[in-house]
Design a protein around this ligand. Structure first.
Ligand code: 7RM
Length: 689
């Protein structure tokens, strides 16, 4: 058999899949130095990341990753992925300049890796279980059906002039057709940017404009928690200000008929006229796969760019090892595809591994607080991955909402997006998991592509305990930095969390602004990737995330820059100045607290202005971004150079005024007392109401 597989042979000659001729096929040799005597990590890995590592222990593999990352990643990439041309060089990276390239010279297609390879082996295997809003109405889609749907959608996109490198916005809730839209883009080499369907038309328009999208894929309505959401109307409003958009493809989620304009095409109808086959476009490893907008501490959301091979490999590897996924498992990640968690652990990780993945359309409390666990019982979910905010909401209800459902299928529980507090951890572990399932608290970001820190349940002997059981994934080298930019050594220390070695899943750039990428992630600690988070390394070397070090807040696991909220508020004609900070909230984790300065002549109409401000944030960004608190103040605390000291505002909002810290650099320190008093009046008004 030829060493190089053409696409046809990828289709029809399954044996050639894994033959991607790797330059690094030599068998990995076990290091000859003694294996540490700790039992942790000392077992052989039952299904190693690459056959070359058969018989290796976790400890040995970690050491190999640290010593010879290219040997590790090269072997894993050539064995796990299906290539149409093999790569010539494993990596070419420089964290000083932000140059990141993996698997150079290789060509592959992501949809082939997620669909065709599995169709060739087991076409009737269920790829997707669409857990629709109404319990008991789930639909199953096999790998064969998903490939067909993807090809028809890909051909439809092509007919609308979308080709290699073109950007496509996807504005839909999780559904098989949304997954097919993502995969259809990858089939033809187009770049998708999924926009969370809770974002407003202005937020959607901003993303479409920045990405210069040629097409938008959406649906007439969304269905969530028994309510209908008119998504098409939001898209209509958005595309008015987006001249780059040449077509809008509209799927029908409900029977409701939406008015169709001249850009619009009914999607299912168009797909039915297309062929069910579509030749996959061979893509370079480093071609763009997708972009996803995420918030930073300043400016507009940034279009984080991920590329083909490295992202897919990392999503696939982490999906298997972090969650202890085995073939045949039903993987249940309840995230929306509008966030990176949905990309990596609803779509790309599970599908690349041939898994059955759940698409959860509903909410944790619809029709009642037992929804998640009723779903676990009905679909026999093996891995359940969700956000702490939902757990904090559910633990307020009677335990019987959990106990009455059979959860014996569960093997691993996962948590993501924000710190999981002890109470939530204990409830999730004890009540949901019956103290039987490892609970993996996974730390990662849009920029990291996949999980970077987690406890690794598959590693026998690894300890799992609340809030502190986190260790770096294969190939992730963590460093904590002090204020002077020096690496902090030793244990029982805290600092800025950095990653000091490149890994295949890391973001490559910010779309259209590589300079901003370098400034944000590589300038703060030269030679390292800076995460924006702080972390603590415990006495025994485990990591705990202490929170963001910048002005990014996390509302119900959704990342948001306080500057974005301020920008929206500042558009009000009667509001010369605002400052927004995050304060803790027992369910949402954090909420926004807005300090607002009004023009003198409007101070009488505070209530009215605040209502208008709430509307502004909802229309400029999204409903979830609307601050829970508004406090009108005469002025804001500023340094002599005019910078707002948000640190002080945070203390006031959190009622920690006995630890205000140094206020001597303030232009006029008396402003602090003024704001504290205003806040006390606000509190007593709240108490009365
Ligand atoms: C996956 C995702 C990233 C930010 C990150 C952290 C916070 C995420 C955890 C966490 C504590 C965790 N991507 N974060 N996971 N904090 N423990 N397990 O959430 O780009 O949307 O957000 O979320 O601050 O920097 S994200």
């Amino acid at each position: 058999m030829a060493a190089r597989c053409g696409w046809r042979s990828v289709y029809f000659l399954p044996l050639c899949y894994r033959a991607g001729a790797a330059p690094l096929r030599r068998r990995w040799e076990l290091p000859n130095h003694g294996v540490s005597s700790q039992n942790r990590g000392n077992r052989h890995i039952s299904s190693p990341p690459s056959p070359a590592f058969a018989g290796a222990t976790y400890t040995e593999l970690r050491e190999l990753c640290a010593r010879e990352p290219d040997t590790f990643w090269g072997s894993v990439a050539s064995h796990r992925l299906t290539w149409s041309s093999s790569f010539q060089q494993v990596s070419d990276c420089d964290l000083n300049t932000g140059k990141i390239r993996w698997f150079l010279g290789g060509k592959l297609n992501v949809s082939v890796n997620c669909l065709d390879v599995h169709v060739a082996k087991d076409p009737e295997k269920v790829a997707l279980i669409w857990e629709k809003d109404e319990p008991g109405t789930e639909e199953r889609v096999t790998y064969r059906e998903l490939l067909e749907m993807t090809c028809r959608l890909a051909n439809t996109l092509k007919h609308h002039g979308v080709g290699r490198g073109d950007r496509v916005a996807i504005y839909m809730p999780v559904s098989p057709i949304a997954v097919a839209a993502m995969l259809a883009c990858t089939r033809i080499g187009a770049v998708h940017t999924v926009v969370f369907a809770g974002f407003s038309s202005e937020a959607l328009a901003g993303r479409i404009q920045d990405a210069q999208c040629k097409a938008v894929v959406t649906c007439n309505q969304g269905v969530r928690g028994g309510r209908l959401i008119n998504l098409k109307a939001t898209v209509d409003a958005a595309v008015k200000s987006c001249p780059s958009v040449q077509s809008v493809l509209v799927a029908q989620r409900t029977n409701h008929s939406t008015p169709m304009g001249k850009l619009d095409t009914p999607l299912e109808e168009a797909m039915s006229k297309e062929s069910a086959e579509c030749a996959p476009e061979p893509m370079d490893s480093e071609d763009m796969l997708f972009m996803l907008y995420t918030s930073g501490s300043t400016g507009k959301p940034k279009g984080i760019v991920h590329t083909q091979a490295g992202y897919l490999l990392y999503a696939s590897l982490t999906h298997q090892y972090v969650f202890d996924y085995s073939p045949g498992d039903v993987f249940g990640c309840v995230a929306d595809i509008g966030w990176i968690t949905g990309h990596s652990y609803v779509v790309y990780g599970p599908l690349s591994n041939g898994a059955t993945t759940v698409l959860f359309e509903s909410t944790p409390v619809y029709p009642d607080p037992g929804r998640y666990w009723e779903t676990v019982e009905r679909l026999k979910i093996n891995q359940f991955y969700g956000a702490p905010t939902a757990i904090r909401l559910l633990l307020k209800y009677d335990e019987n909402w959990v106990k009455k459902y059979d959860r014996s299928s569960l093997k691993t529980l996962g948590s993501v997006g924000e710190p999981i507090n002890n109470e939530a951890w204990e409830w999730f572990y004890n009540v949901v998991g019956d103290r039987r399932c490892p609970l993996v608290d996974t730390w990662w970001q849009t920029e990291t592509g996949g999980v970077c820190i987690a406890p690794h349940p598959a590693e026998e002997g690894a300890e799992i305990r609340p809030a502190m059981a986190m260790r770096p994934f294969f190939g992730i080298q963590l460093a904590l930095m002090d204020e002077k930019g020096k690496t902090i050594t030793g244990n029982d220390v805290s600092g800025a969390l950095c990653i000091s070695k490149p890994w295949p899943g890391m973001a490559r750039t910010i779309f259209g602004d590589h300079q901003r990428f370098v400034e944000a992630y590589f300038k703060p600690y030269p030679g390292h990737y800076f995460t924006g988070d702080g972390a603590y390394r415990s006495k025994d070397g485990y990591y705990q995330i202490t929170g963001r070090m910048d002005d990014v807040i996390n509302i119900s696991g959704h990342r948001l820059g306080t500057a974005e909220i301020e920008d929206a508020l500042d558009e009000h004609p009667d509001v010369p100045e605002t400052a927004v900070v995050g304060v803790s909230h027992d369910i949402k984790g954090e909420v926004a607290f807005a300090f607002v300065v009004l023009k003198e002549n409007v101070s009488e109409q505070q209530g009215k202005v605040i209502e208008e401000l709430k509307k502004l944030v909802a229309t400029k960004i999204a409903k979830y971004a609307v601050p829970d608190h508004f406090l009108v103040v005469k002025r804001l605390p500023k340094t002599r150079s005019g910078k707002i000291m948000r640190r002080i505002l945070r203390k006031v909002a959190m009622e920690q005024t006995d630890s205000l810290g140094d206020v001597s650099t303030l232009d006029d320190p008396s402003v602090v007392m003024e704001i504290i008093e205003e806040h006390q009046r606000y509190k007593s008004r709240l108490a009365k109401a």
